[in-house]
Structure formats: C-alpha cells, structure tokens
Design a binder for this molecule. Structure first.
Ligand code: NAD
Ligand code: GLY
Length: 365
C-alpha cells in the first residue's frame, strides 16, 4: 500500500498552518513553493546540515532569488549575536518585508531563525524544515522562537508562527544516535503529560525506534505533532495548558545552563529533569514508586541519562531554576505528574520538598 502524505493543521485562525510529514518531502519542491509569496528567499542553516541538504532545498526553489546563510553549529551559538548575523545578511541584500526565511535545521537553527524572522522589519514570513527528531516532534511546531542568555536558557524570544512545517523523515538517516535519542525524550514527554496510549506504544516499540524503523518514526512524529498542534491551538501564548509541554524542562534548563550550553543535549537534560519531576510527584503522593521506576525504565531503554550531574549542587539548581519563564513573583513553578498520562499545571511546591528531590534523587543509584 502506498501511504499518502500526512498533513496536520495547527488551527490558529488566520495564522493557521500545515505540518507535512512524509519520507521524501524535501524532494517535493512544490511543498515549499506553495507557501512562499515573495521573490526573495533566504535559507538559513548550519555548517553540518549545509553539505547534506542545502543544495536539495535550493535546487527545488527554481525561479526565486535565493540567499544562503550558513551559521556555526551548536547550542552555544544560539545567541543574539547570531540573530544579528541573520539581520546583516537580510539588510546587506536589501531583503524587503515580504521576503521569506526558510529555517533548515534542528531546534537551534529553527529557534534562532524564527526569532530573526519575527524581528526583521517587525516580522517576515518563515518556513520550518526541521532536520532533527527533536525539531520534527517539538520545536518546529508552535511558534516559540528565541535565543539563550548567559544567565538563562531561551530567555529572549517571541511567539511567532511559521507559514508551514515541512518534515522529511528521510533526513533522520544522517542524524547520529545520540541526537535521535534526545528527540525521543520529547516524545516520551507527550506520553507522560497527556497521551497514555503513546506512552504504552513506546514501551512496546522502543527498539523499533532505536533501529530507525521508518514507519515507527513516522508514527511518533505524526502523533507528537498532533499532540502539540492541539495544545498550541488551545493556548498559543502559554497562558495555561501549554505550560505542560515544559515537563522536566525547569530542571533540564538548569542542567543545560549550569553545565554550559551544549554539554548535555536538550533532550538529555529533559530526560533527567523529567525523572526529577517524577520523583517530586512521588513525594507529593501523586506517583507511586512503581510509576517512577516505569518512567525511569522508558528513558533508560531509549539510552537516555536519568541521573542529574553530581557536580550541580542543590543550591545551584535552585538559583538556576529561579530564572524560568513559568515563575511568578520569583516563585519556582513546576509541571509535575498527577499520574502517567496527566500533568499538573505550573505549581509552586514547598521549598523543603524540592530540596529533598534535589538532594536525594539520583544519590545512591
Ligand atoms: P540542534 O539544533 O543543535 O541539532 C543537533 C545536532 O544535529 C546539530 O549538531 C545539528 O547540526 C545536527 N543535525 C541536525 N539535523 C541533522 C541531520 N539531519 N543529519 C545530521 N546532523 C544533523 O539540536 P535539537 O535537539 O534539534 O534542538 C535543541 C534546541 O531546540 C534547544 O536549543 C532547545 O531549547 C530548542 N527547543 C525549542 C523548542 C521550541 O518549542 N521552540 C522545543 C524544544 C526544544
Ligand atoms: N516546547 C515547549 C513549547 O513549545 O511550548
């Protein structure tokens, strides 16, 4: 049976947009062209992805006036300085307000380029072509764009939705195993926060994913995008329910910032942070010991780390967690698990309980 391409929709009124998912989508030139309303197009990518996929994308865009911008690769480059490099390219080539920016890359390229698109002349259209599993299941959808600050992860940014998201499952062929599993962390997240059936599917099919079975990968990408599209359509600017997508992220961002950007991959830090959040949920009486073990087991099967770095002391965690977008009046607010498949909204917990998790979780394991 020839499977037809899957198209999902992020429903946001006049800013609604499609997510196309299929093997070979990068070869379908029309998928990009149909969302470009300008002659001027800039493709922003990085030095790792450029030799792999840039030509394919540019060759498919016949008849446009195309600039290519290749940035350095790495989370440590997710900075305002690199956003400025994009502005330099746009201004030096006299790009006008209707020009289209195409972000070709993982979450770092998507976040930086999306933010540049949001700011340039107060906003130009942009298209996401996510090339990591993490970007395909999470960061390319939903319009969160931005950069890191030395004092906090993703602290500078804007909500700015793309015109479309074009996902080609085949580009995952060149992704290394560590990056693949980092993406699986965000898929486990959807299962834990709202999709028990997906969590159970992962328990039955993890080895297929690790073996890069295309059907299994396509399934988790579609299911994740569906989950994300539903949440974003309900709460685009994170006034409420969207915050559950941050399960494990407050701990995780502290690990990323505290250890130095790029030392732990985002998905790895989220895996550890989710186990810390599960431990705290157990201390609140919401999860059982068995639930926590079940959560740890799925991350371990995905070959992800679950224990926080020993060099990051509890007080350092607290200091870093105090810089988080969910906080209100300086109070640390966390997403926790009421049960597997259901997350809480952001909530402050007693500092003593949080310290118990920070001091005890992972110690002696
Ligand atoms: P990344 O963008 O750094 O990509 C990981 C590595 O894989 C890089 O070295 C990249 O060059 C390489 N790569 C990308 N595609 C490849 C391919 N097809 N083949 C070979 N190599 C390839 O990391 P990421 O995990 O994609 O994204 C992490 C970032 O996303 C973090 O900055 C995180 O904060 C952000 N994020 C944003 C959102 C959001 O909603 N905007 C959600 C989750 C994460
Ligand atoms: N990755 C979290 C969000 O998009 O809200």
């Amino acid at each position: 049976m020839v499977k037809s391409m899957s198209v999902m929709q992020v429903e946001l009124g006049d800013r609604s947009y499609p997510i196309y998912v299929e093997s070979g989508n990068l070869k379908q030139a029309d998928l990009l062209a149909r969302h470009i309303k300008s002659k001027q197009v800039i493709v922003v990518t990085n030095e790792t992805i450029a030799p792999l996929y840039l030509k394919q994308v540019v060759d498919g865009l016949q008849g446009f006036c195309i600039e290519q911008l290749v940035l350095p690769d790495g989370e440590q480059y997710k900075t305002l300085e690199l956003v400025n490099t994009i502005f330099d390219a746009l201004l030096s080539k006299k790009f006008s307000r209707n020009a289209t920016l195409i972000a070709l890359g993982g979450g770092v390229i998507g976040d930086i380029s999306g933010f540049a698109a949001a700011c340039y002349q107060r906003g130009i259209p942009f298209i996401q072509i996510p090339t990591t599993l993490l970007a395909q299941v999470d960061s390319s959808v939903g319009g969160k764009t931005g950069v890191n600050h030395a004092l906090g992860k993703n602290m500078i940014g804007a909500f700015y939705q793309p015109q479309s998201v074009v996902i080609d499952v085949d580009v995952l062929d060149t992704l290394d195993d560590r990056q693949l599993t980092a993406g699986i962390a965000e898929v486990i997240k959807y299962g834990l926060i709202r999709d028990l059936a997906l969590f159970e599917w992962l328990e039955h099919n993890m080895e297929k994913l690790l073996a890069r079975d295309k059907e299994a990968l396509t399934y988790i990408i579609e299911r994740s995008c569906q989950n994300k599209a539903e949440i974003v359509a309900t709460d685009e600017k994170e006034a409420g329910i969207r915050a559950i997508l941050n399960l494990g992220h407050t701990f995780g961002h502290a690990i990323e910032t505290g250890m130095g950007y790029g030392v732990y991959l985002h998905g790895e830090a989220v895996a550890i942070g989710t186990c810390q959040a599960a431990d705290l949920s157990r201390r609140l009486g919401w999860l059982s010991d068995a639930d926590v073990k079940r959560i740890e087991a799925i991350f371990k099967r995905a070959l992800l780390p679950i224990l926080p770095p020993e060099s990051l002391a509890a007080q350092q965690f607290i200091d870093l967690m105090t810089v988080d977008k969910k906080n209100v009046d300086g109070d640390i607010r966390l997403i926790l698990l009421k049960k597997i498949g259901e997350a809480s909204l952001p909530m402050a917990v007693e500092r003593a309980l949080l310290l118990e998790t920070l001091n005890e979780y992972g110690h002696g394991k």
